[in-house]
Design a protein around this ligand. Structure first.
Ligand SMILES: Cc1cc2nc3c(=O)[nH]c(=O)nc-3n(C[C@H](O)[C@H](O)[C@H](O)COP(=O)(O)OP(=O)(O)OC[C@H]3O[C@@H](n4cnc5c(N)ncnc54)[C@H](O)[C@@H]3O)c2cc1C
Length: 345
C-alpha cells in the first residue's frame, strides 16, 4: 500500500507543479496517471509545440516544460504510479481516503487532489468504417514525433488549432501536406489560419475545404484516402499518412462516479480553495469548473498553489501556516518516501 499526504490524480503540468507547492509546506505527494509518462496533454498531444504564455518563458516547447517541472519537483521526491487509472475511492478513516487503480494498486492519503485534466484520453475519430484497421499503419490521432513524417505524404483533417498548427509545422518536414476541412472557415487562431492560407497560395500545401475524408484504402499500410466534396464529387488522394485531428472526447472516466458535483464534464469547485465540497478532496487544472474558468496551464498552477495551502490546514488544523517566499527559504527537499518508491510501478 502507498501512503502519502496528498494523492494527486493526474500527472499533467498542474499535478506536477502542485508537488512543488506542497513540498514547500513539507507535504509529501504521490501521483497516479493512466498514461505511461508524466506531462498530461503536453506530452501526449503536443510535446514539440512551443507554448508562449508561461510567465518568464517567451517560448518553451511543451515537452521541455514537462522536463523542467520534473526537475523542479525532484527535491521533493514525489512517488509515481504510472500506466494505471485511478478507479475507486472510499473513505477508510475520519481523514483518510483510499484510492485503488485499474491494476489494483492501493493508495491512502488524507487529501486527494484531482488534476485529471480532460479525463482519460480518447481521441475523436472520424466515422470512417475501416479506420481502426489502419491505426498504426498510416493512421494516427496524435502527433508524438513529427520526424516520423519526414519525406512522407501526409493528409491532415480538422479545422482547429491542432490541425492548423501541425499543417504549418509539417509543411517543412513532410514531402507533401494536404489539409482537409469540412467547412471553408477555421476555428483556430487567426494568425495560424493566415499562415495556412499563405502556404496554400504558394503551393506548399494542398488545402481542400468543404470536404471530408470518407474512406481509406491500402494493403499492409495506408495508400489513399477518399475525399467527398460538399458538391457530392469524390476524389482519391494518394498518401502515406492520415492524421485526423478532431480533438479529444472529454471523458471524465471513473472520476465521474466519485459522487462529486459535475457540470459540463468538469468538477465544480469553490474558488476560495478549489475544494469540491467534500472535505479533503480538491479539483485543480482543466478538470474543474467555476465562473470565469480558463483552461490554461498558468491558471492550473495558481489553483494548485491555493489548494495546497487549504490542504495543509485541513491535515494540520492546529498548526499555523507561516508563508515564506522561496527567495527567503530556498527549496528544502523532502526525504524519499521509501514505501511509495518500492511499491509504485
Ligand atoms: C494542442 C493544444 C495546445 C495547447 N496550448 C496551450 C498553451 O499554449 N497555453 C496553455 O496554457 N495551455 C495550452 N493548452 C491547454 C493545456 O494543455 C491544458 O490547460 C493543460 O494540459 C491542463 O493541465 P492539467 O494538468 O490540468 O491536465 P492534463 O494535461 O490533461 O493532465 C491530466 C492527466 O490526468 C490523467 N488522468 C485523468 N483521469 C485519470 C484517472 N482516473 N486516473 C489516472 N490518471 C488520470 C490523464 O491521463 C492526464 O495525464 C493546449 C492544449 C492543447 C490540446
Amino acid at each position: 500500500m502507498i501512503q502519502t499526504d496528498i494523492l494527486i490524480i493526474g500527472a499533467g503540468p498542474v499535478g506536477l507543479f502542485t508537488v512543488f507547492e506542497a513540498g514547500l509546506l513539507k507535504l509529501r505527494c504521490h501521483l497516479i496517471d493512466s498514461l505511461g509518462q508524466p506531462g498530461g496533454q503536453l506530452t501526449e498531444i503536443y510535446p514539440k509545440k512551443p507554448i508562449y504564455d508561461i510567465p518568464g518563458y517567451p517560448s518553451v516547447l511543451a515537452g521541455e516544460l514537462v522536463d523542467n517541472l520534473m526537475e523542479q519537483i525532484a527535491p521533493f521526491n514525489p512517488g509515481f504510479t504510472l500506466g494505471e487509472r485511478a478507479e475507486h475511492i472510499e473513505k477508510v478513516g475520519e481523514k483518510m481516503y483510499q484510492v485503488t487503480t485499474s491494476k489494483g494498486t492501493v493508495h491512502r492519503a488524507p487529501v486527494i487532489m484531482i488534476a485529471g485534466g480532460l479525463g482519460c484520453f480518447e481521441p475523436r475519430k472520424p466515422p470512417i468504417p475501416n479506420i481502426t484497421d489502419f491505426e498504426d499503419k498510416g493512421v494516427a490521432y496524435v502527433i508524438r514525433d513529427p520526424e516520423v513524417y519526414r519525406n512522407r505524404r501526409v493528409l491532415l483533417a480538422g479545422g482547429g488549432d491542432s490541425a492548423l498548427d501541425w499543417t504549418i509545422f509539417l509543411a517543412d518536414v513532410a514531402s507533401e501536406v494536404t489539409l482537409v476541412h469540412r467547412r471553408d472557415s477555421f476555428r483556430g487562431a487567426l494568425d495560424s489560419v493566415e499562415k495556412v492560407m499563405e502556404l496554400a497560395q504558394s503551393g506548399r500545401i494542398n488545402l481542400i475545404t468543404n470536404a471530408q475524408a470518407v474512406g481509406l484504402a491500402g494493403a499492409d499500410h495506408l495508400q489513399s484516402v477518399a475525399i467527398k466534396h460538399k458538391s457530392g464529387e469524390e476524389e482519391s488522394v494518394s498518401v502515406d499518412e492520415f492524421i485526423p485531428l478532431f480533438g479529444l472526447a472529454p471523458k471524465l472516466g471513473p472520476i465521474a462516479d466519485w459522487g462529486l458535483q459535475i457540470e459540463k464534464n468538469a468538477i465544480k469547485v469553490d474558488t476560495r480553495d478549489y475544494g469540491t465540497g467534500v472535505p479533503g478532496i480538491y479539483a485543480i487544472g482543466d478538470i474543474n469548473t467555476y465562473a470565469g474558468k480558463l483552461k490554461l496551464i498558468l491558471c492550473g498552477f495558481h489553483e494548485g498553489t491555493i489548494a495546497v495551502q487549504s490542504a495543509f490546514s485541513y491535515i494540520y488544523p492546529d498548526k499555523k501556516l507561516s508563508f515564506k517566499y522561496t527567495t527567503v527559504n530556498g527549496v528544502q527537499g523532502l526525504p524519499k518516501d521509501e514505501e511509495a518508491a518500492a511499491t509504485a510501478s
